[in-house]
Structure formats: structure tokens, C-alpha cells
Design a protein around this ligand. Sequence first.
Ligand SMILES: [Zn+2]
Length: 309
Amino acid sequence: MVKNIRIEPRSARDITSMIERVHRDLGYVDGKVQLTEVRELLKLDLRYYQLEDPGFQEEIIHKLKVGAKQVIKRPKLLLDVIRKFDLSALFLPDQKRIYIDGSVPDLKKRWYESHEIAHSVIPWHANYMLGDNRSTLSPDCHETIEAEANFGSGLLLFPSTVFTEARLSSELNLGQIRGLAKQFGNTITSTLWRSVENNEEACFSTIGQHPHGIETDKAYIDYFVTSESFERQFPHISALDVWTWKNRYCRKTKTGPLGAAEIEIHDSNGEPHVFYIESFSNGHGVLTLGRWLRPKPIIVSMGSSSVLQ
Ligand SMILES: [Zn+2]
């Protein structure tokens, strides 16, 4: 299960200004960000690969001869790394080249491409890519680098000002998320992620399995994303809690809206709050969104009558 990780405020500021510069240089106004134009601007090359294709292996090994020193000594290193990390995409800073696994579904390719572009734009990532440091990179450091690239990718595909304006023009719900996905030409999953992660309100979302049709060899929840305010007030809420709530109201329908409910969640001070939670199935997975509605009035019993506090 993947949980969104918050990056250091200073890195967030730096990455934001780098990505905003890309939008400025592109002359971005609104709608879908064209990644072909971004690559042209940044002089990045894109290739699709099939790992088992001997042509690809030969080509990449050949290219690496002008790459990082360690890789020259061990030309098979890259292939080992790809296998070990089960990479679907990678960026080779020396060649300014992005490689994406050709077997990845088309819609997902856009996210991978944008993630790799973010790596290329963030200057301190060059040292951590598949060169000398990758093999010694600690899991923590790797996690930070990946979180930074995801953050940059989100910013690139959903330009801050225009996206925030569009998001605030209507109420946060799954219908709005689907509309925003179309408007910015991105997947519903990435739109949901971005809309919740940088939301000022307390909200959360998950992407996971359909409660009526569980595949036992898979995780119930793949992604659990929360807003900063939610994390602060409800740090004890886990993806499993969302799974339990979802089970109570989700209909058996395979695709489309699965239902909604009002639920009560206690914050870290024990105060009850009411959230609106809804789910939608796109046939591959179930998207769930929860947003804060109101504090729940505490009812104090006073003899025969009840008094709202
Ligand atoms: Zn990455």
C-alpha cells in the first residue's frame, strides 16, 4: 500500500518554482499540459522499452558506456536494477533520456513520463538516478526522492493556479474529480491524489478493491492519500478503517457509483466529526473519497431531556 509522504517545505518550495518556470516557458494558459512540448523545451528524449527485447538491452548497455563510471564497469547493472526494483520507467541523466516500459497502459504512461520529467528538473536528483549512488541509496533517501518526483509530477500535470481555481469552483466530490481529470487530461487516480493531497480541508481518499469481488492475492487498498489537515487531526485513521467503512455501504454494482454514507470520525482529542464518504468503481478499482462535513454535536443527557452542547 502506498501512502502519500509529505516532503520538506523547503524542497516543496524549490520544486514548485522549478515546475512553475517550466509552465511559464511553455506559455501554459489552461487545460492539458502537453508533455511532448515539455520534453522539447527541456531537450529530453523519450523511448519505450521491452525488457526482454535483446535490442533494447544491447542499446542501453551501449549507451551506458558513456554514462556513470560504475555502470561502465558493470554494464549489466542497469538491467539488474530494472528487475530488482520492478521499474516501469527510468531516467538517464547523462543522456537526458526517459525510458518507459512499453507494456504499461497508455493512460499510466503519462504519469510515468511526468514523474521522470520531474526527476530531470530537480537538480539534486541527478546524483541519485541510475548512476553511482543508486545501488547505495538508503530506503529512506530513495523514498524521499520518489516522493519529491511524485510531488513535481503532480504540479507539472496540474498547474497550481489554474488547477486550484478549477478545484475551488465547485464542491469536492467524485463527480468533480472526474470532470477535473477530463479538463487536465489526466487519469482519475492522479486527479484524486492531487485534489486531496493539496486540499486545505480535512479529506482523504483511497484506491483499492471492490468489497464485493475481492481478489485475495491483492492488497485491499493500493493508495491511501490524506490532506495535511486530515493528517493533523486524524493521525490514527488508517487505510483499513476506510476499507471497513466502504464495506458497509458499497453496492454490488461492478462499475459506476457504489454509494455514499455519512460517517463519524473522532479526532485525536476525542471530538466527533461527521464526514461524507462516497465510492465509485471504474472497473479496475474503487475510488473512495471522504470529506469533512461538520463537527458532530455532543449530546449531554440531562434527566428526561437532551441538551446540545
Ligand atoms: Zn522515480
